[in-house]
Design a protein around this ligand. Sequence first.
Ligand SMILES: Cc1ncc(COP(=O)(O)O)c(C=O)c1O
Length: 381
Amino acid sequence: MIPFNKLYLSGNETEYIRQAVESGKISGDGVFTKKCHNFFKNKYSFNKCLLTTSCTDALEMASVLCNILPGDEVIMPSYTFVSTSNPFVLKGARIIFADSCEDNPNMDAHAIEKLVTKKTKVIIPVHYAGVACDMDPIMELSRTHNLFVIEDAAQAIDSYYKQQPLGGIGHLGAFSFHETKNIVSGEGGALVVNKQDLLSRSEIIWEKGTNRAAFYRGEVDKYGWVDVGSSFLPSEIIAAFLLAQMECIDSIQKKRVELWRQYYEALSPLAKEGYFKIPVIPDYATNNGHIFYLVCNSNEERSALIDWLKKKGIHAVFHYLALHCSPFYIDKHDGRVLPNADHFSNCLVRLPMYYELSEQDIGYVVESIIGYYKKSASKSF
Ligand SMILES: Cc1ncc(COP(=O)(O)O)c(C=O)c1O
Protein backbone atom coordinates (compact mmCIF):
# COMPACT_ATOMS: atom_id res chain seq x y z
CA MET A 1 0.00 0.00 0.00
CA ILE A 2 1.25 3.51 -0.75
CA PRO A 3 -0.24 5.53 2.13
CA PHE A 4 -1.37 9.12 1.73
CA ASN A 5 1.00 10.31 4.45
CA LYS A 6 3.83 8.75 6.41
CA LEU A 7 5.59 10.15 9.45
CA TYR A 8 9.19 11.14 8.72
CA LEU A 9 11.67 11.14 11.60
CA SER A 10 14.78 13.23 11.17
CA GLY A 11 16.72 11.12 13.73
CA ASN A 12 17.14 13.44 16.73
CA GLU A 13 13.56 13.44 18.02
CA THR A 14 13.96 10.83 20.77
CA GLU A 15 17.39 12.15 21.80
CA TYR A 16 16.00 15.67 22.28
CA ILE A 17 12.99 14.31 24.18
CA ARG A 18 15.40 12.35 26.41
CA GLN A 19 17.33 15.57 27.08
CA ALA A 20 14.12 17.41 27.94
CA VAL A 21 13.00 14.66 30.31
CA GLU A 22 16.41 14.40 32.00
CA SER A 23 16.56 18.18 32.45
CA GLY A 24 13.62 17.78 34.84
CA LYS A 25 11.74 20.61 33.10
CA ILE A 26 9.03 19.38 30.78
CA SER A 27 6.34 22.05 31.14
CA GLY A 28 6.22 24.86 28.58
CA ASP A 29 8.52 27.78 27.68
CA GLY A 30 11.77 25.99 28.50
CA VAL A 31 15.01 25.52 26.59
CA PHE A 32 13.54 23.62 23.63
CA THR A 33 10.62 26.01 23.23
CA LYS A 34 13.05 28.95 23.15
CA LYS A 35 15.26 27.15 20.63
CA CYS A 36 12.23 26.59 18.37
CA HIS A 37 11.19 30.24 18.71
CA ASN A 38 14.67 31.44 17.80
CA PHE A 39 15.06 29.00 14.94
CA PHE A 40 11.77 30.06 13.39
CA LYS A 41 12.37 33.76 14.03
CA ASN A 42 15.87 33.75 12.60
CA LYS A 43 15.16 31.58 9.58
CA TYR A 44 12.21 33.65 8.40
CA SER A 45 12.96 36.99 10.11
CA PHE A 46 9.64 36.86 11.96
CA ASN A 47 9.09 39.53 14.56
CA LYS A 48 7.89 37.15 17.29
CA CYS A 49 6.97 33.51 17.34
CA LEU A 50 5.08 31.55 20.02
CA LEU A 51 4.69 27.78 19.86
CA THR A 52 1.15 26.58 20.48
CA THR A 53 -0.46 23.18 20.92
CA SER A 54 -2.03 23.43 17.43
CA CYS A 55 -2.72 25.83 14.60
CA THR A 56 -6.33 25.88 15.86
CA ASP A 57 -4.99 27.28 19.16
CA ALA A 58 -2.78 29.79 17.33
CA LEU A 59 -5.91 31.01 15.53
CA GLU A 60 -7.76 31.14 18.83
CA MET A 61 -4.99 33.32 20.28
CA ALA A 62 -5.34 35.51 17.19
CA SER A 63 -9.08 35.86 17.79
CA VAL A 64 -8.35 37.06 21.35
CA LEU A 65 -5.63 39.45 20.16
CA CYS A 66 -8.03 40.97 17.61
CA ASN A 67 -10.69 41.41 20.33
CA ILE A 68 -13.37 39.58 18.38
CA LEU A 69 -16.80 40.43 19.80
CA PRO A 70 -20.27 39.07 19.03
CA GLY A 71 -21.48 40.43 15.70
CA ASP A 72 -18.02 41.15 14.26
CA GLU A 73 -17.59 39.89 10.72
CA VAL A 74 -14.64 37.79 9.60
CA ILE A 75 -13.94 37.14 5.92
CA MET A 76 -12.32 33.82 5.02
CA PRO A 77 -12.49 31.28 2.21
CA SER A 78 -15.22 28.66 2.32
CA TYR A 79 -12.73 26.11 1.03
CA THR A 80 -10.78 25.65 4.26
CA PHE A 81 -10.65 23.56 7.42
CA VAL A 82 -13.11 24.19 10.27
CA SER A 83 -10.24 25.48 12.41
CA THR A 84 -10.00 28.68 10.36
CA SER A 85 -13.53 29.41 11.40
CA ASN A 86 -14.19 27.87 14.84
CA PRO A 87 -12.04 30.22 16.99
CA PHE A 88 -14.00 33.20 15.63
CA VAL A 89 -17.41 31.52 15.85
CA LEU A 90 -16.61 30.72 19.50
CA LYS A 91 -16.33 34.49 20.11
CA GLY A 92 -19.69 35.14 18.42
CA ALA A 93 -18.36 36.39 15.09
CA ARG A 94 -20.28 36.03 11.85
CA ILE A 95 -18.30 34.31 9.12
CA ILE A 96 -18.49 35.78 5.64
CA PHE A 97 -17.29 33.13 3.24
CA ALA A 98 -15.38 34.13 0.11
CA ASP A 99 -15.21 32.04 -3.03
CA SER A 100 -12.00 30.45 -4.31
CA CYS A 101 -10.27 31.58 -7.49
CA GLU A 102 -11.39 29.70 -10.57
CA ASP A 103 -8.00 28.11 -11.20
CA ASN A 104 -6.79 27.66 -7.59
CA PRO A 105 -8.43 26.94 -4.23
CA ASN A 106 -7.20 30.16 -2.57
CA MET A 107 -9.75 32.89 -2.00
CA ASP A 108 -10.03 35.40 -4.81
CA ALA A 109 -8.31 38.45 -3.34
CA HIS A 110 -9.90 40.76 -5.91
CA ALA A 111 -13.43 39.63 -5.07
CA ILE A 112 -13.42 40.29 -1.33
CA GLU A 113 -13.75 44.09 -1.22
CA LYS A 114 -17.47 43.78 -1.88
CA LEU A 115 -17.77 41.58 1.24
CA VAL A 116 -16.40 44.29 3.55
CA THR A 117 -19.00 46.06 5.71
CA LYS A 118 -18.80 48.35 8.74
CA LYS A 119 -18.79 45.22 10.91
CA THR A 120 -15.80 43.56 9.23
CA LYS A 121 -12.87 43.18 11.61
CA VAL A 122 -10.60 40.52 10.13
CA ILE A 123 -9.63 38.93 6.80
CA ILE A 124 -8.13 35.44 6.94
CA PRO A 125 -6.31 34.36 3.79
CA VAL A 126 -5.61 30.61 3.81
CA HIS A 127 -2.56 29.63 1.76
CA TYR A 128 -3.90 26.35 0.41
CA ALA A 129 -1.29 23.67 -0.27
CA GLY A 130 1.36 26.17 0.85
CA VAL A 131 0.73 28.38 -2.20
CA ALA A 132 0.37 32.07 -1.35
CA CYS A 133 -2.83 34.03 -1.67
CA ASP A 134 -2.37 37.30 -3.52
CA MET A 135 -1.41 39.28 -0.41
CA ASP A 136 -0.86 42.80 -1.84
CA PRO A 137 -4.55 43.54 -2.55
CA ILE A 138 -5.51 41.93 0.78
CA MET A 139 -3.06 44.09 2.76
CA GLU A 140 -4.19 47.15 0.79
CA LEU A 141 -7.82 46.41 1.68
CA SER A 142 -6.85 46.02 5.34
CA ARG A 143 -5.16 49.44 5.33
CA THR A 144 -8.12 51.13 3.63
CA HIS A 145 -10.69 49.66 6.00
CA ASN A 146 -8.54 49.29 9.11
CA LEU A 147 -8.86 45.50 9.32
CA PHE A 148 -6.64 42.80 10.80
CA VAL A 149 -5.13 40.23 8.45
CA ILE A 150 -4.46 36.82 10.00
CA GLU A 151 -2.70 34.43 7.63
CA ASP A 152 -3.80 30.84 8.05
CA ALA A 153 -0.42 29.42 7.09
CA ALA A 154 -1.21 25.95 8.49
CA GLN A 155 0.21 24.36 5.33
CA ALA A 156 2.56 27.12 4.31
CA ILE A 157 5.85 26.66 6.10
CA ASP A 158 8.87 27.69 4.02
CA SER A 159 6.76 29.20 1.25
CA TYR A 160 6.88 32.76 -0.06
CA TYR A 161 4.89 35.56 -1.62
CA LYS A 162 7.08 37.90 -3.67
CA GLN A 163 10.09 36.78 -1.60
CA GLN A 164 8.31 37.38 1.73
CA PRO A 165 7.84 34.30 3.93
CA LEU A 166 4.20 33.36 4.41
CA GLY A 167 2.99 33.92 7.93
CA GLY A 168 5.12 37.07 8.12
CA ILE A 169 3.02 39.36 5.92
CA GLY A 170 -0.29 39.79 7.80
CA HIS A 171 -0.58 41.21 11.31
CA LEU A 172 -0.59 37.63 12.60
CA GLY A 173 0.21 34.24 11.07
CA ALA A 174 -0.69 30.72 12.24
CA PHE A 175 1.22 27.53 11.42
CA SER A 176 0.43 23.85 11.99
CA PHE A 177 2.85 21.08 12.91
CA HIS A 178 0.17 18.40 12.85
CA GLU A 179 1.41 14.99 11.77
CA THR A 180 0.33 15.57 8.14
CA LYS A 181 2.36 18.75 7.66
CA ASN A 182 5.89 19.19 6.23
CA ILE A 183 7.48 19.42 9.67
CA VAL A 184 5.60 17.94 12.56
CA SER A 185 5.27 17.43 16.30
CA GLY A 186 2.18 15.19 16.32
CA GLU A 187 -0.11 18.03 17.27
CA GLY A 188 1.44 21.48 17.36
CA GLY A 189 1.44 24.95 15.92
CA ALA A 190 2.84 28.45 16.18
CA LEU A 191 1.55 31.98 16.20
CA VAL A 192 3.70 34.57 14.47
CA VAL A 193 3.11 38.10 15.71
CA ASN A 194 4.15 40.71 13.17
CA LYS A 195 2.27 43.76 14.42
CA GLN A 196 4.45 45.51 16.96
CA ASP A 197 1.65 46.63 19.26
CA LEU A 198 0.34 43.06 19.68
CA LEU A 199 3.66 41.68 20.94
CA SER A 200 3.43 42.08 24.68
CA ARG A 201 -0.22 41.07 24.90
CA SER A 202 0.46 37.94 22.81
CA GLU A 203 2.76 36.41 25.42
CA ILE A 204 0.29 37.23 28.20
CA ILE A 205 -2.58 35.49 26.39
CA TRP A 206 -0.21 32.58 25.72
CA GLU A 207 0.57 32.22 29.43
CA LYS A 208 -3.03 32.00 30.74
CA GLY A 209 -3.49 35.76 31.03
CA THR A 210 -0.47 36.25 33.29
CA ASN A 211 2.73 38.23 32.85
CA ARG A 212 4.84 35.18 33.74
CA ALA A 213 7.10 35.55 30.66
CA ALA A 214 8.04 39.10 31.77
CA PHE A 215 8.64 37.77 35.30
CA TYR A 216 11.02 35.07 33.97
CA ARG A 217 12.93 37.76 32.11
CA GLY A 218 13.25 39.66 35.38
CA GLU A 219 11.17 42.61 34.12
CA VAL A 220 8.65 42.44 37.00
CA ASP A 221 9.17 41.18 40.57
CA LYS A 222 6.03 39.03 40.67
CA TYR A 223 3.56 37.77 38.15
CA GLY A 224 -0.21 37.71 38.23
CA TRP A 225 -3.44 37.84 36.29
CA VAL A 226 -3.27 40.84 33.97
CA ASP A 227 -5.55 39.91 31.03
CA VAL A 228 -7.63 37.09 29.56
CA GLY A 229 -5.75 34.09 28.25
CA SER A 230 -5.52 30.35 28.17
CA SER A 231 -2.97 27.55 28.22
CA PHE A 232 -1.79 27.75 24.64
CA LEU A 233 1.84 26.73 25.14
CA PRO A 234 2.98 23.15 24.45
CA SER A 235 5.15 21.08 26.75
CA GLU A 236 8.90 20.83 26.27
CA ILE A 237 8.44 17.27 25.01
CA ILE A 238 6.57 18.56 21.98
CA ALA A 239 9.07 21.38 21.47
CA ALA A 240 11.97 18.91 21.65
CA PHE A 241 10.39 16.77 18.94
CA LEU A 242 9.69 19.84 16.83
CA LEU A 243 13.24 21.19 17.10
CA ALA A 244 14.62 17.95 15.65
CA GLN A 245 12.30 18.41 12.67
CA MET A 246 12.96 22.14 12.26
CA GLU A 247 16.69 21.54 12.09
CA CYS A 248 16.12 19.35 9.01
CA ILE A 249 13.71 21.67 7.29
CA ASP A 250 15.98 22.41 4.32
CA SER A 251 16.47 18.77 3.39
CA ILE A 252 12.78 17.98 4.02
CA GLN A 253 11.72 20.83 1.77
CA LYS A 254 14.20 19.96 -0.96
CA LYS A 255 12.89 16.40 -1.12
CA ARG A 256 9.19 17.33 -1.04
CA VAL A 257 9.55 19.98 -3.73
CA GLU A 258 11.38 17.44 -5.91
CA LEU A 259 8.61 14.84 -5.41
CA TRP A 260 6.03 17.48 -6.29
CA ARG A 261 7.98 18.33 -9.46
CA GLN A 262 8.03 14.66 -10.48
CA TYR A 263 4.24 14.43 -10.16
CA TYR A 264 3.85 17.72 -12.02
CA GLU A 265 5.98 16.72 -14.97
CA ALA A 266 4.56 13.23 -15.29
CA LEU A 267 0.94 14.40 -15.11
CA SER A 268 1.25 17.58 -17.23
CA PRO A 269 0.64 15.85 -20.59
CA LEU A 270 -2.71 14.45 -19.42
CA ALA A 271 -3.66 17.76 -17.85
CA LYS A 272 -2.91 19.51 -21.16
CA GLU A 273 -5.30 17.11 -22.87
CA GLY A 274 -8.03 18.08 -20.41
CA TYR A 275 -8.39 14.85 -18.45
CA PHE A 276 -7.99 16.76 -15.18
CA LYS A 277 -6.33 19.91 -13.87
CA ILE A 278 -3.09 20.12 -11.91
CA PRO A 279 -2.01 22.88 -9.48
CA VAL A 280 -1.39 26.37 -10.81
CA ILE A 281 1.38 28.28 -9.00
CA PRO A 282 0.92 32.02 -9.63
CA ASP A 283 4.05 34.04 -10.52
CA TYR A 284 4.01 35.74 -7.12
CA ALA A 285 4.07 32.43 -5.19
CA THR A 286 6.46 29.58 -4.46
CA ASN A 287 5.57 25.95 -3.91
CA ASN A 288 6.57 24.19 -0.68
CA GLY A 289 5.70 20.65 -1.79
CA HIS A 290 3.01 20.27 0.84
CA ILE A 291 0.22 18.81 -1.33
CA PHE A 292 0.05 17.56 -4.88
CA TYR A 293 -3.54 17.49 -6.11
CA LEU A 294 -5.60 16.86 -9.23
CA VAL A 295 -8.92 18.50 -9.94
CA CYS A 296 -11.22 16.01 -11.66
CA ASN A 297 -14.01 17.06 -14.01
CA SER A 298 -16.81 15.83 -11.73
CA ASN A 299 -17.51 14.42 -8.30
CA GLU A 300 -18.40 11.02 -9.79
CA GLU A 301 -15.08 10.93 -11.64
CA ARG A 302 -13.21 11.77 -8.45
CA SER A 303 -14.93 9.02 -6.44
CA ALA A 304 -14.26 6.48 -9.17
CA LEU A 305 -10.59 7.54 -9.40
CA ILE A 306 -10.14 7.26 -5.60
CA ASP A 307 -11.71 3.77 -5.68
CA TRP A 308 -9.56 2.73 -8.62
CA LEU A 309 -6.40 3.89 -6.88
CA LYS A 310 -7.45 2.13 -3.68
CA LYS A 311 -7.72 -1.14 -5.62
CA LYS A 312 -4.19 -0.49 -6.87
CA GLY A 313 -2.98 -0.07 -3.28
CA ILE A 314 -2.75 3.75 -3.40
CA HIS A 315 -4.40 5.94 -0.79
CA ALA A 316 -5.57 9.19 -2.43
CA VAL A 317 -7.93 11.48 -0.54
CA PHE A 318 -10.28 14.38 -1.13
CA HIS A 319 -10.00 17.48 1.04
CA TYR A 320 -12.26 20.14 2.56
CA LEU A 321 -16.02 20.13 2.39
CA ALA A 322 -16.82 23.80 1.68
CA LEU A 323 -17.86 25.38 4.98
CA HIS A 324 -20.66 27.61 3.63
CA CYS A 325 -22.78 24.50 3.05
CA SER A 326 -21.63 22.55 6.12
CA PRO A 327 -24.39 21.19 8.40
CA PHE A 328 -23.28 23.66 11.10
CA TYR A 329 -23.17 26.83 8.99
CA ILE A 330 -25.59 26.38 6.09
CA ASP A 331 -28.44 28.21 7.83
CA LYS A 332 -26.10 30.98 9.04
CA HIS A 333 -24.53 31.57 5.60
CA ASP A 334 -25.94 34.52 3.68
CA GLY A 335 -26.98 32.33 0.75
CA ARG A 336 -24.40 33.47 -1.82
CA VAL A 337 -23.48 30.70 -4.25
CA LEU A 338 -19.74 29.94 -4.19
CA PRO A 339 -19.23 27.85 -7.31
CA ASN A 340 -15.45 27.59 -7.22
CA ALA A 341 -15.37 26.47 -3.56
CA ASP A 342 -18.04 23.88 -4.42
CA HIS A 343 -16.00 22.71 -7.39
CA PHE A 344 -12.82 22.14 -5.33
CA SER A 345 -14.90 20.53 -2.60
CA ASN A 346 -16.38 18.07 -5.12
CA CYS A 347 -13.49 17.45 -7.47
CA LEU A 348 -10.09 17.91 -5.78
CA VAL A 349 -8.10 14.79 -4.90
CA ARG A 350 -4.73 14.71 -3.09
CA LEU A 351 -2.09 12.18 -4.07
CA PRO A 352 0.32 10.49 -1.63
CA MET A 353 3.02 12.92 -0.53
CA TYR A 354 5.66 12.26 2.15
CA TYR A 355 9.41 12.41 2.53
CA GLU A 356 10.07 8.72 1.95
CA LEU A 357 7.98 8.48 -1.21
CA SER A 358 10.28 7.21 -3.97
CA GLU A 359 10.51 8.03 -7.65
CA GLN A 360 9.28 4.47 -8.32
CA ASP A 361 6.24 5.07 -6.06
CA ILE A 362 5.43 8.24 -7.99
CA GLY A 363 5.87 6.35 -11.26
CA TYR A 364 3.39 3.74 -10.02
CA VAL A 365 0.82 6.34 -8.88
CA VAL A 366 1.07 8.14 -12.23
CA GLU A 367 0.83 4.90 -14.19
CA SER A 368 -2.28 3.95 -12.20
CA ILE A 369 -3.89 7.33 -12.89
CA ILE A 370 -3.17 6.95 -16.60
CA GLY A 371 -4.64 3.44 -16.38
CA TYR A 372 -7.85 4.85 -14.91
CA TYR A 373 -8.31 7.46 -17.62
CA LYS A 374 -7.42 4.97 -20.37
CA LYS A 375 -10.08 2.65 -19.10
CA SER A 376 -12.78 5.26 -18.69
CA ALA A 377 -12.06 7.76 -21.47
CA SER A 378 -13.24 7.45 -24.99
CA LYS A 379 -10.24 9.56 -26.09
CA SER A 380 -7.24 7.52 -27.15
CA PHE A 381 -3.89 7.85 -25.39
C1 LIG B 1 -6.09 25.54 6.58
C2 LIG B 1 -5.99 24.91 7.95
N1 LIG B 1 -6.08 25.68 9.04
C3 LIG B 1 -5.98 25.17 10.27
C4 LIG B 1 -5.76 23.83 10.47
C5 LIG B 1 -5.68 23.29 11.88
O1 LIG B 1 -4.41 22.84 12.19
P1 LIG B 1 -4.16 22.03 13.57
O2 LIG B 1 -4.54 20.62 13.31
O3 LIG B 1 -2.69 22.20 13.83
O4 LIG B 1 -4.98 22.67 14.60
C6 LIG B 1 -5.65 22.98 9.37
C7 LIG B 1 -5.41 21.55 9.57
O5 LIG B 1 -4.96 20.84 8.73
C8 LIG B 1 -5.77 23.52 8.07
O6 LIG B 1 -5.70 22.77 6.96
